[in-house]
Design a protein around this ligand. Structure first.
Ligand SMILES: *Cc1c(COP(=O)(O)O)cnc(C)c1O
Length: 416
């Protein structure tokens, strides 16, 4: 006979966990230590806080490029900036289209609009949340200039397929790796960020490594690298001694303080990813017997978060209810990741871009950004298909055991 399930904390039962977990919002869940303190002190004592006079940013760029086995890395002020550098390097004409996903941080799409290009949203794979290559292919038009793929939660996206599609159509592939440091991609284990023409990373507080904010763009193409570098520095070719501006650029420079912290963090990155993977393996095993719940199964996942794909008909409830019940049990989790697909935010639905113009979303060729545009994306975000469990390199075996116990408890209650 099945045991009657324990009363959920949501319904007044006692929670599985009362102590807080290590989280990315505080020192307990970050790897910031003496190395970063020394780095910041070194920069301040040097009196050189700006990358145009100091050496830290150039050193970080060299070290990051080497780390990824790429010839070029360009530092910037945020992950969004890193993506803006990439889009600016692609240099679309106004009205050109860039295909991307509606299931991501807004930083993925804002740079497209900032360059007056049109975001075209392709649907995702329901068991990874990553772009579906067939959906991307179906949206290519003569106006398409590039694809921005996201390795969501650090789960490898099908970049080999997307690169083949890009090459066949003369498009550039940009990889958004903000959540995907050291993610390994099929079929050969290539690092995420090195398969596309450009790879973009974030050093924001919540990522695997952080400098508060910051970004890095990598590429093998010297022309793309030069354009990205110029774009981040007012298109001022400082290497020529001429104070001039070669095209429309901005100031997206990283400070020496950020770069020094990022260099110290880079030394810890492999350990951070290793620790996240080890504890994620344990939870993956715990999720396997829970009918209707599927953990990310791809090898090479970097576990920015721990996504669980929810089949409501079998799991007894949806990702939102699971998230709510887990939070009551003391487990940091949420349903859907973001509240609505990016294309259903006022930026798109009310065309809030440049003054009253609505440009470029008012172009006759622009898609209509409305519910139903990407049904599988919507199923994951608002339809309950996705449960996201917060993840951290500092989780102990006991932490993971508590998460597994809470998941079993909630699953038992929802399926009884
Ligand atoms: C964090 C993030 C960004 C933006 O990075 P910021 O550093 O916050 O600007 C872009 N894309 C994805 C997928 C992200 O997770």
């Amino acid at each position: 006979m099945p045991q009657p399930s324990a009363p959920l904390a949501l319904q007044g039962g006692s929670p599985v966990r009362t102590r807080p977990f290590p989280s990315v919002g505080s020192a307990a869940g970050r790897t910031l230590g003496d190395e970063e303190v020394a780095a910041v002190t070194r920069v301040i004592r040097s009196g050189q806080l700006n990358s145009t006079v100091g050496t830290e940013t150039a050193d970080l760029e060299r070290e990051f490029a080497q780390y990824y086995g790429m010839p070029h890395a360009v530092a910037s002020s945020s992950g969004t900036a890193a993506l803006h550098l990439a889009v600016a390097a692609v240099d679309p004409d106004p009205g050109d289209e860039i295909i991307t996903t509606g299931l991501s941080d807004a930083g993925t799409v804002l740079p497209i609009l900032a360059q007056n290009a049109v975001p075209v949203f392709a649907d995702v794979d329901p068991l990874t949340g990553n772009l579906d290559p067939a959906a991307v292919r179906a949206l290519i038009t003569p106006r398409t200039k590039a694809i921005i793929v996201v390795h969501l939660f650090g789960v490898p996206a099908p970049v080999a397929e997307l690169r083949a599609i890009a090459d066949a159509h003369g498009l550039l592939l940009i990889e958004d790796c903000a959540q995907a440091y050291l993610t390994r991609c099929a079929p050969d284990g290539a690092l995420a960020g090195t398969v596309g023409h450009l790879g973009c990373f974030s050093l924001q507080q919540s990522k695997h490594i952080t400098a508060g904010d910051g970004g890095l763009t990598i590429t093998a193409d010297p022309a793309l690298a030069r354009r990205a570098r110029l774009f981040a520095d007012k298109a001022w070719p400082r290497d020529t001694d001429e104070r001039t501006h070669l095209f429309l650029g901005l100031n997206y420079r990283m400070t020496e303080l950020q770069a020094a912290v990022a260099r110290a963090q880079l030394g810890k990155l492999a350990g951070v990813v290793e620790d996240r993977r080890k504890s994620a393996e344990i939870l993956t095993e715990a999720v396997a017997p829970l009918a209707g719940l599927t953990a990310a199964l791809a090898a090479g996942t970097a576990y920015w978060q721990f996504p669980v794909f929810v089949d409501e008909a079998v799991a007894g409830s949806n990702g939102h209810r699971y998230g709510e019940a887990l939070r009551a049990e003391g487990i940091p989790a949420n349903g859907g990741y973001i509240q609505r697909p990016l294309y259903l935010t006022p930026l798109f639905t009310e065309q809030r871009t440049y003054g009253m113009s609505g440009y470029p979303l008012t172009l006759a060729t622009a898609p209509s950004y409305a519910e139903g545009l990407c049904p599988r994306t919507e199923q994951l975000i608002t339809g309950g298909g996705l449960l996201v469990i917060s993840w951290n390199e500092r989780y102990t075996a006991d932490d993971v055991a508590d998460i597994a116990a809470a998941l079993r408890k909630v699953h038992a209650a929802f399926t009884s």
